[in-house]
Design a protein. Structure first.
Length: 107
């Protein structure tokens, strides 16, 4: 009878230890889940800010989809630095494009 009581106490003690370990694991998982959710929230917020900003793409879809001929060489002219005359720069570019044989859709 004493052996049965000892076995029962050992079983109860083992169950208590397992329960404590499971509670600790559960707490660690909850902490990890909270951290992951916070990180996801930050990423979502960052991506939402990205979506809200317009894409500063200067080229139309039609231009981007055109194939550039293998022998195409861009006109040799300086990059527009924002300080000069924009109309003059675009006019120079548009004048040089037909000279080098660029397709109308690439202008």
């Amino acid at each position: 009878m004493a052996d049965e009581n000892q076995t029962e106490r050992d079983g109860v003690a083992a169950t208590k230890i397992q329960t404590e370990q499971l509670l600790q694991q559960n707490e660690a998982l909850q902490t990890s889940m909270t951290t992951i959710q916070q990180q996801q929230h930050e990423q979502d917020k960052f991506h939402q800010e990205e979506v809200d900003e317009p894409d500063p793409q200067p080229l139309s879809t039609k231009i981007k989809s055109m194939l550039v001929p293998k022998n195409f060489k861009p006109p040799s002219m300086s990059t527009f630095d924002g300080k000069g005359d924009t109309v003059e720069h675009v006019t120079t570019f548009n004048t040089q494009m037909p000279i080098i044989g660029a397709l109308e859709s690439l202008k």
